[in-house]
Design a protein around this ligand. Structure first.
Ligand code: WTA
Length: 634
């Protein structure tokens, strides 16, 4: 029997049991899945090495659990209703049987292009069903997918392709996004011609029917790739700890980290968390608006909902096209019951006023989810009152690319919610808040470092090709515990509040970006000698990007240089990383050892010039006055 938590008391009991005997708790969850052969040990771990194995020696294929096990009983159940960017284009539904057939065909096609177990396949696609099909087809044959968000630039794409040593890329001719089009295939071509890679083939799905250049032998259109492939493909038998996917995310150094997730634990946790957080019930229609290029798309558009046999919406477009009522229009027309989006989207839609929401009938909604960044009280209230009509529970879900699934959240219809609080750990999750010395903070309202004391099944297992960085980033700051990089505090009644990152990662519209990554990109511009990037509070995006840059020599007009740098960042990383503010400075505040004091820049950017704190270690204190004069106001 799967654990379905039904009341707050029930939650407390189950939580206590899960903490007392975590292995027993997780074994019970895992037993609800189809395994080719069962594990012999539930958990084997050592946080020092670190090495983490769940369901040791268990054999399975996650797609058997996503697809086969719902057949034939639920063959006609809709897995996805796909809604195109353009509201005039017809939506399409895919039943579990249809999805199964397409995944098998695609899996066979991949095999026919020599993709085998362990090979990496890069997926660079818009939000279309074929992206999900491609991911599942990889999993079917044991290939490791690495999805790259289609908003990333050619350069960001090729760096990920190289790091993952991908053998094949799946893309589209172009992508529709709001009123615009993005030439994805052209971007893949640029990526592959800019550096040497291991890519042998590029598969191109025709989405926009725009003209593309096909490189003979290397490039194949999706239709001929899929043509004549049988709709049955035996699942590759995977070890529980074989990798399922690599997903790149930003860290505090310049190079993105390839987060590795494995098959068994990820399967168990994404289904368990999906079912309990969203309170999904048969005949519900669930919609997560994330992009499959992020972890939320992986865990809560693809794997979690399919494992639970859910019926979901897959949306290609953006919240404001053709107008800011688009989300609500879809919720009304498809009778969406669970809606999961980001605080940035909520704030943005709120800024257009209530009328767009009020013109639609949203009475089907039961649960409203939020993810990716702290949701401020005002946006929370608007979401609750205006979108939910005061009748829906808000689940503020805290988690990370690294955690694979939601670790802290209220559970819809089970545990209470409170504005500004991610609330409670899911049963099986053991958060602790530590002070600088690693001592646990139990005093309410005292901020500290958020750590997780015990492994959970969907945690990352390593950073691709860099196990040392894995150890350093997550297990060295505090011994014997996983360090999240976030700070948090507890309320007197035991609810967790997430405050924000304590490392050099900023969260712009729910997108994680490393300040070092943006600085490296700025410094690669020939006219820039040095830069320092910080995050500052932004009313819509949560955080905005403020870049202080120092030029090699004064050759440009300031205006030209700023627009050049903005374009340069879009080319090196992608539009999402374009700074909101660029200040050209004569120098940066530095310590004697040459370290840039970002703390001072942060204070200046927030207009707190009079509370800079200790500046005695600065080698160039005279710079402060001129920096302060140049601060770009909000
Ligand atoms: C932040 C997204 C506050 C946090 C799933 C975390 C949040 C980072 C919340 C991970 C939340 C995510 N409240 N902050 N509900 N959810 N975060 O890897 O700083 O893109 O460490 O995963 O987003 O971002 P990532």
């Amino acid at each position: 029997m799967t654990t379905q938590i039904t009341s707050f008391t029930d939650y407390k009991n189950i939580f206590d049991q899960s903490i007392q005997s975590p292995e027993k708790f997780w074994a019970k969850e895992a037993q609800t899945f189809e395994w080719h052969s069962i594990w012999d040990t539930v958990l084997d771990y050592d946080f020092d090495t670190p090495s983490i194995s769940w369901f040791v020696n268990g054999k399975l294929n996650i797609t058997v659990n996503c697809l086969d096990r719902h057949l034939p009983e639920h063959s006609n159940r809709v897995a996805y209703t796909w809604i195109p960017n353009n509201p005039d284009e017809i939506s399409r539904s895919y039943t579990y049987q249809e999805l199964y057939d397409l995944v098998c065909k695609c899996a066979n096609a991949l095999k026919s292009y020599n993709i085998t177990k362990g090979d990496r396949v890069c997926i660079y696609m818009p939000m279309i069903p074929e992206a999900v099909i491609a991911m599942l087809a990889c999993a079917r044959i044991g290939a490791v997918h690495t999805v790259v968000f289609a908003g990333f630039s050619s350069e960001a794409l090729v760096n990920r392709i190289i790091d993952a040593e991908a053998k094949l890329v799946i893309t589209t001719d172009g992508a529709f996004r709001g009123p615009g089009e993005i030439p994805l295939k052209e971007m893949v071509d640029t990526a592959l011609s800019s550096k040497t890679t291991t890519v042998e083939h590029v598969i191109v799905y025709k989405r926009t029917n725009s003209e593309v250049t096909m490189t003979p032998k290397r490039d194949i259109f999706w239709d001929s790739f899929m043509d004549n492939q049988p709709a049955e493909c035996p699942p590759e038998i995977m070890d529980s700890e074989d990798p399922l996917f690599i997903l790149y995310t930003s860290g505090s150094t310049g190079k993105p980290k390839g987060i590795v997730h494995t098959c068994g634990g990820y399967m168990v946790y994404t289904e368990y968390s999906f079912r309990n957080v969203f309170h999904y019930e048969p005949h519900d229609t669930y919609w997560c608006t994330a992009d499959i290029g992020w972890i939320t798309g992986h865990s809560y558009i693809v794997y979690g909902p399919l494992l639970a046999g859910a019926q979901s919406i897959l949306f290609e477009g953006v919240p404001t096209y053709p107008d800011p009522g688009r989300f609500w229009n879809i919720c009304q027309d498809y009778k969406v019951t669970q809606f999961y989006t980001s605080p940035t989207a909520i704030r943005k839609l709120e800024s257009f006023g209530d009328e767009y929401v009020k013109s639609y009938d949203l009475t089907s909604l039961k649960t409203l989810g939020s993810v990716g960044e702290p949701i401020n009280k005002d946006a929370w209230e608007w979401y609750f009152t205006i979108v939910g009509g005061g009748n829906c529970q808000i689940v503020d879900t805290w988690w990370q690319t690294e955690t694979g699934g939601i670790l802290i959240s209220s559970l819809s219809q089970v545990t209470p919610s409170k504005a500004g609080y991610a609330a409670y750990p899911l049963p099986g999750i053991m958060p602790i808040i530590l002070d600088e010395n690693g001592a646990e903070i139990t005093t309410p309202n005292t901020e500290g470092f958020l750590c997780i004391a015990h492994p959970w099944p969907s945690m990352l297992r390593t950073i691709h090709n860099d196990h040392q960085r894995f150890q350093r980033t997550y297990f060295s700051r505090f011994k014997g515990t996983y360090f999240t990089g976030d700070s948090a505090k507890l309320s007197p009644d035991g609810l967790l509040k997430i405050i924000g990152r304590v490392d050099d990662v900023i969260n712009v519209s729910g997108h994680r970006l490393g300040t070092a990554e943006i600085e490296e990109a700025l410094n690669s511009h020939p006219d820039i000698s040095e830069s320092a990037v910080i995050g500052y509070p932004h009313s819509i995006k949560g955080e905005g990007i403020y870049a202080f840059v120092k030029c090699i020599e004064d050759t440009h007009s300031e205006e030209n240089l700023i627009s050049e740098l903005t374009n340069h960042i879009a080319l090196v990383i992608g539009k999402i990383a374009r700074p909101d503010k660029i200040q050209i400075v004569p120098d940066l505040p530095k310590t004697r050892s040459g370290k840039i004091m970002r703390r001072i820049l942060r204070k200046l950017a927030m207009g707190e010039k009079d509370s800079l704190g200790d500046t005695s270690t600065l080698v160039n204190p005279e710079i402060i006055e001129s920096l302060s004069r140049g601060i770009i106001p909000a």
